[in-house]
Design a protein around this ligand. Structure first.
Ligand code: RIB
Length: 307
């Protein structure tokens, strides 16, 4: 029986405003388009992995607000096992304010809410799940101590970890040696390495640095410029699929969820990166986080159309 993918991370209620231009200080923009959808980096990655065909267990905390049950229903519809999601009382679910400006780029602020209660003790409680997993996939939207605990457990039981260092916050880089694949975008890679990542050349340097720090593989995503994938063989540049972005929210999450599904299926790293890039390319052409995440048949059709 194939082993599941265990995703440990956040879920948020996203309140989105798409604007023609971002407001300057003290300016009010009055022609915004509003959407309320569900997001959160952990949840988006769980939904992406579920829709891509993975056997996914999501470890998460939601609040006792009316959004929580709808979030859980959405996870189940995407094929995600919700048995390890805890409904906390006396606290709201995580929430995010998302502003989408020119070029579909997003500007985010997040209130952790119940995500802050995904403590190291909660991670200890899923030790057996981690031990039985094909991969553990995490982000950085839950307490850092919980990430550290999950990395320790995964290292002890020998389960590979894919870690999306997002969003960028202070992190003890000595722990990178417990990470099999680290994924970061340009600003995140800059924060993590101290190397200013602005293009393919600097991404290669930063990716190699992440490997020196202990990660077996480092992937730096560069939006429309593709990604750099550094292994012990080389630091390859993988071009992005040419698409017109409408909203980049959750593109990185879709990439990570799809990447892990492909790896868990035994696809090579190169194939998995292509599969993940296709997922991300489909995601950016739609609005919102979870509504924009593609299903497996869409990814396969897209890949066939871009041979
Ligand atoms: O990566 C996109 C996500 O970041 C959004 O859905 C928002 O909730 C924040 O967590």
């Amino acid at each position: 029986m194939p082993k599941p993918i265990v995703i440990i991370g956040s879920s948020n209620v996203d309140f989105i405003m798409k604007v023609d231009h971002l407001p300057a200080r003290d300016e009010t923009v009055t022609d915004a388009v509003f959407m309320q959808t569900f997001g959160g980096k952990g949840a988006n990655q769980a939904v992406a992995a579920g829709r891509a065909g993975g056997d996914v267990i999501f470890v998460n905390c939601v609040g006792d607000d009316p959004y929580a049950e709808r979030m859980l229903a959405g996870f189940r519809e995407s094929g995600v096992d919700t048995d390890y999601i805890i409904r906390e009382t006396g606290i709201s679910s995580g929430a995010a304010l998302v502003m989408i400006g020119e070029g579909g780029h997003n500007y985010l602020s997040v209130s952790p809410g119940a995500n802050g209660l995904l403590t190291p003790e909660r991670v200890d409680a899923v030790r057996d799940l981690i031990a039985d997993a094909a991969y553990v996939l995490m982000q950085f939207e839950i307490p850092p101590a919980s990430i550290a605990r999950a990395l320790d457990i995964a290292a002890e039981v020998g389960t590979p970890v894919v870690w999306n260092y997002a969003p960028a916050n202070p992190f003890d880089i000595t722990q990178l040696d417990k990470v099999d694949i680290v994924v970061a975008n340009e600003p995140e890679a800059t924060t993590l390495t101290g190397i200013q990542v602005t293009d393919i050349t600097s991404a290669r340097t930063a990716a190699q640095r992440l490997r020196e720090l202990g990660a077996r593989t480092a992937i730096i995503t560069l939006g429309e410029a593709g990604s750099v994938v550094a292994t012990d063989e080389d630091a390859a540049h993988i071009p992005a699929f040419p698409v017109e972005p409408l909203d980049t929210t959750a593109a990185g999450d879709t990439y990570c969820g799809c990447l892990v599904v492909a790896l868990a299926e035994g696809q090579s790293l190169a194939e998995a990166v292509r599969f993940a890039s296709a997922g991300g390319a489909l995601c950016v052409q739609r609005m919102g986080a979870q509504p924009s995440i593609p299903w497996r048949d869409e990814i396969e059709a897209f890949l066939l159309a871009h041979l």
